[in-house]
Design a protein around this ligand. Structure first.
Ligand code: ATP
Length: 449
């Protein structure tokens, strides 16, 4: 669905490359389609995002445990989970242009020969009947390439949490309700990857499986729905660009008792798209693993003297997509009073910004560089800071604005005399004079964990 917000994707792809956020994979060899590398600032931003999630989901709660399960799992896991048989997308080919499209996403696609039309709408298109295409990447384990050694790269992290349900519960003496959270890579051989880092074949997930007593599941589902929306708003994503999308009828996966997506409006033709899914999966997963492994996976509630297979509420978020949402949400171009050239600003929340502060000596004379270097070295232990002495102050501000640095600290002649520096706010452009010895505390107050 087209959006009222502008399409800033092309500008972001170029900014991301130019300023060290995101590079195309293997670029010097012509690039690998839809695979991306995170550069120095991109990896900082992604880590800040992931750490924020880990803090909200694991560290600040006593009812969720962390896990880091392996990417490679026993092949039976994927038979039990239904992925071998059913993790498929309907694929259609065009016999004329050789394009490949997802039959259920034709509305979002463009005909390669006539981009203003959808595939199938151009007079010469010849689309095949849809056929099912399994999205799992297959490889071989060990030296012998026979079918017995066939193994998959995981298409989601969730299964690692299900097969470790009892290990975590017993090891940590947890009682239901409790959750297992993990962050890790997932791989899907997507038919139509694209839109920069929105849909890629290698990506990351931040998933949490919350195990509850059957009958209490919808109550927990509603709580998680609200908590996860509040978390996305807390990142600074504009509330008006965030919406719920309920899965109904045929959209609802066969194992799901209820499912809502949290969508962000990416602007332009991409419009509102899923960044997180919240699912009530019932006892489908534990039930299947119990059946296929032959091991009992029931929870024993000793207090109430009963045993049961818990139901699962899953929250499944993609950090790469959420990072893209943050870039789209934060990007703005502004006129600057008294200057011909405007500025580009990445309005990231200070807590997520890759560089927290930049330190500039006003000129290269009179002890200013020495004082600025000393400040940078002192702050570096606590914050990611940048030191820059090249170009005019205006240029240096612009460089920091477009990577989202919230504070710029300038050492001027007055600083050398009385020890105070100016701190300029990225958004309000207001300048405060702060004693250099107080800078750590000043930033600490404004950069909550
Ligand atoms: P879609 O319908 O867009 O293919 P999905 O419903 O299959 O997504 P889930 O399986 O619920 O996605 O995965 C949870 C989250 O993982 C998604 O909300 C998204 O943020 C992220 N994700 C899924 N597939 C990809 C991908 N190919 N590239 C980047 N992120 C992805």
């Amino acid at each position: 669905m087209p959006s009222a917000h502008p399409d800033v994707m092309d500008k972001l792809v170029s900014l991301a490359k130019r300023r060290g956020f995101i590079f195309q994979s293997s670029e010097i060899y012509g690039g690998l389609g839809s695979v991306w590398d995170y550069g120095p600032l991109g990896v900082e931003l992604k880590r800040n995002l992931q750490e924020r999630w880990w803090h909200a989901m694991v560290r600040s709660r006593d009812d969720i445990e962390g896990l880091d399960s392996a990417i490679l799992m026993h092949p039976r896991v994927w038979e039990a989970s239904g992925h071998v048989g059913g993790f498929v997308d309907p694929l259609v080919d065009c016999k004329v242009c050789k394009g490949r499209f997802r039959a259920d996403k034709l509305q979002d696609a463009q005909c390669p020969r006539k981009p203003s039309r959808k595939p199938g709408e151009h007079g010469e298109c010849q689309l095949t009947e849809p056929r099912q295409f399994n999205l799992m990447f297959k490889t071989h384990m060990g030296a012998v390439e026979d079918t017995a050694a066939a193994i998959y790269l995981r298409p989601e992290t969730a299964q690692g949490s299900y097969v470790n349900f009892l290990n975590v519960q017993q090891g940590m003496r947890q009682k239901v309700p409790f959750g297992i959270a993990q962050i890790g890579k997932a791989f899907r051989n997507e038919i139509t990857p694209g839109n920069f880092i929105f849909r890629t074949r290698e990506f990351e997930q931040m998933e949490m499986q919350f195990f509850v007593e059957p009958g209490t599941d919808m109550e927990w589902f509603e709580k998680w729905k609200a908590w996860r929306m509040a978390w996305h708003q807390g990142l600074g994503l504009l509330p008006g660009r965030l919406t719920y999308h309920e899965h109904e009828g045929s959209e609802l996966a066969h194992y799901a008792r209820a499912a809502f997506d949290i969508e962000f409006d990416f602007g332009g033709t991409l419009g509102p798209q899923e960044i997180e899914g919240i699912h009530n999966r019932g006892d489908f997963d534990l039930g299947k693993h119990q059946e296929f492994s032959g091991k009992r996976l029931e929870y024993v509630d000793q207090g109430a003297n009963k045993r049961y297979l818990p139901y699962v509420i899953e929250t499944a978020c993609g950090p790469n997509r959420t990072l893209l949402a943050l870039l789209v949400n934060g990007y703005r171009e502004e006129a600057v009073q008294g200057e011909d050239e405007g500025r580009v600003v990445l309005g990231l929340s200070p807590a997520l910004a890759p560089i927290k502060a930049a330190i500039f000596p006003l000129t290269r004379k009179d002890g200013m560089p020495e004082m600025a270097e000393k400040i940078a070295a002192e702050l570096r232990g606590r914050f990611r800071v940048d030191y820059d002495l090249s170009g005019s102050i205006g240029k240096r501000y612009r460089r920091q604005d477009e990577v989202g640095t919230p504070y710029c600290i300038t050492v001027d002649p007055e600083s050398v005399g009385n020890g105070s520096v100016t701190v300029r706010d990225r958004d309000t452009l207001k300048q405060d004079r702060v004693d250099a010895t107080r800078l750590g505390a000043w930033l600490g107050e404004r950069l909550p964990a």
